[in-house]
Design a protein around this ligand. Structure first.
Ligand SMILES: C[S@@+](CC[C@H](N)C(=O)[O-])C[C@H]1O[C@@H](n2cnc3c(N)ncnc32)[C@H](O)[C@@H]1O
Length: 501
């Protein structure tokens, strides 16, 4: 593949004022300012790299990549550009430790590039299995499947309901619960091939939000005013003499599962036909996916086996995947206890995450890699920018500027765990391999946390050569409370590029 420099654009050379990292010059910001001075020359704003490229918005129009509705996904276009920029060729192997819906793996597959990926959420496996079979489906079987589904209706005596967990209780009208359970059993007991069954499971997952009283919204699920949860909450407030809740969500008439499911299936089917028509020789490559935490899986892989990394970890923004995807997780049989465990397995990105160092220590010891553990931990503990951020957040907390003390633990845990990921990636990369991380900068209690700069600094300590920081100024960086109290500060979304020399 030709090496292309698609992101050649002017460097950011704005004059910085004091106060940029710490509102009202409240805390020490020297290390962050020095880091900025050091990295500004490799920080560039790209015309090609914009909000659409790094987000799911482009994927929505991408055949195949849109099969799992995953708002946190980046676009296939971004992966294609980076593969080209990194000069990665067919037969090479690319790693994505946070694979999500599988964008990196699937773009690699279409270019004959092998990939390895991890994720803790079970939706990833269903999505990747379905997408990587695009050239293997039996078209006649899929046609039959659509006809069979068109002729189905829920029998009056079908009584069983759908699995739910505490957060998803009452998410569907009763008749929809029956429909979900009926279509699920029909799928399980049908004679269709395993590939076709997995495709139906994927389509059911994609249908759940549409047929429910919920709507994915930022950190949580929002609930329609007609849902049992909201009705109970309203009743409770009335009884306790409190003001009524203002619930604005009204999803209108909810569609039937059968309708949504058929729409999903037909859209996937037309993608399959289109992709096959456009591809004369199906590419040959392997996708290795393991459902598990990258923190625990990467140390098990062999040194110097990877030609490049294209990934996007959870952001340090309190976003809880286990809450946003509660409907899908419950559908896949994940219990309340397992949800709690999954939340803890997330790279620390919520205020509920507890430190993982003890588990990591035990894991590295069990692999005979105690020395690696200590070396990585030393890097975290000696990083001055992280030390400054931790100190500033502690002072902000004492000053009453942080509304949840868990933020302090989350930020420290986030960088600690990412350093383990960066160090493992360094070990796994072949010399010359390039690494891309898509991430967002964040701000808590008036303190800007330049995730891109601190990560690049940690990567350099590990041995990587910083190459570029492609940057996109975000429009929606600050929470409304932050803006009201500390003013508005633009926060970058970035792609950091490093190289193992
Ligand atoms: C920003 S999303 C990645 C989206 C992906 N690039 C795509 O196009 O679909 C981050 C992913 O990291 C996963 N994740 C969080 N903690 C993890 C961990 N410890 N190990 C592996 N994956 C994790 C989340 O479940 C989520 O799918």
């Amino acid at each position: 593949m030709m090496q292309l420099s698609l992101f050649d654009i002017p460097h950011i050379k704005e004059k910085r004022q004091s106060g940029i990292f710490s509102a009202d010059d409240f805390g020490v910001q020297t290390v962050r300012l020095n880091l900025e001075k050091k990295l500004i020359d490799i920080t560039v704003i790209s015309n090609d790299f914009n909000r659409k490229t790094v987000s799911y918005q482009l994927s929505k129009n991408d055949c195949l990549h849109r099969w799992l509705k995953y708002k946190e996904g980046f676009s296939a276009d971004l992966v294609k550009r980076l593969l080209s920029e990194f000069d990665i060729n067919s037969g090479d192997t690319v790693l994505d430790p946070f694979i999500g819906s599988g964008t990196t793996a699937l773009v690699c597959m279409m270019h004959g590039i092998n990939s390895i990926g991890f994720d803790i959420l079970p939706m990833s496996k269903i999505s990747i299995d379905a997408k990587q079979s695009v050239f293997d489906y039996d078209i006649a079987e899929l046609k039959q499947l659509i006809i069979a589904m068109e002729n189905l209706s829920v029998p009056d005596d079908h009584a069983s309901t759908t699995d739910c967990i505490t957060i998803t209780e009452g998410a569907y009208p009763k008749k929809t619960e029956r429909e979900i359970s009926f279509f699920t059993k029909w799928n399980m007991n049908s004679d269709f091939s395993d590939k076709a069954k997995n495709l139906i499971t994927l389509c059911i997952l994609n249908s759940l939000e549409k047929v429910s009283y919920t709507s994915k919204d930022g950190q949580f699920l929002r609930w329609d005013h007609r849902s049992k949860k909201m009705l109970q909450a309203a009743e409770y407030r009335k009884k306790s003499g409190k003001n009524p809740l203002v619930i604005r969500l009204d999803k209108g008439e909810l569609p039937t599962l059968k309708k949504v499911l058929l729409d999903e299936l037909k859209s996937v089917f037309s993608d399959i036909l289109l992709i096959r028509k456009d591809t004369s020789h199906p590419p040959v490559s392997d996708i290795t996916f393991v459902e598990g935490s990258a923190l625990f899986e990467l140390p098990k892989l062999k040194d110097k086996t990877i030609n490049g990394v294209i990934t996007s970890p959870p952001y340090c923004n309190r976003y809880d995947y286990t809450r946003t995807y509660a409907l899908e997780l419950a559908y896949l049989g994940i219990t309340d206890a397992k949800i709690k465990q999954l939340r803890q397995d997330l790279l620390s990105c919520t205020v509920e995450n507890k430190p993982k160092l003890e588990y990591l220590h035990n894991h590295y010891a069990s692999l005979g890699k105690q020395h690696d553990f200590e070396k990585i931990l030393k890097i975290v503990q000696s990083n001055r920018a992280l030390e400054e951020v931790n100190g500033a957040l502690t002072e902000r907390n004492t000053n009453g500027d942080i509304n949840n003390k868990g933020v302090l633990r989350m930020v420290n845990g986030y960088f600690t765990e990412l350093t383990f990921i960066y160090a493992e990636i360094y070990r796994l990369c072949k010399p010359g391999a390039k690494v891309a991380f898509v991430n967002d900068n964040v701000r808590y209690g008036g303190e800007v946390i330049p995730v891109d700069f601190i990560s690049t600094d940690l990567a350099e300590q590990i041995g990587f050569k910083p190459v570029k920081i492609y940057s996109l100024m975000q429009q929606k960086g600050n929470s409304s409370q932050q803006m009201a109290k500390f003013g508005r500060v633009p926060l970058r979304k970035s792609i950091t590029i490093w190289e193992k020399s």
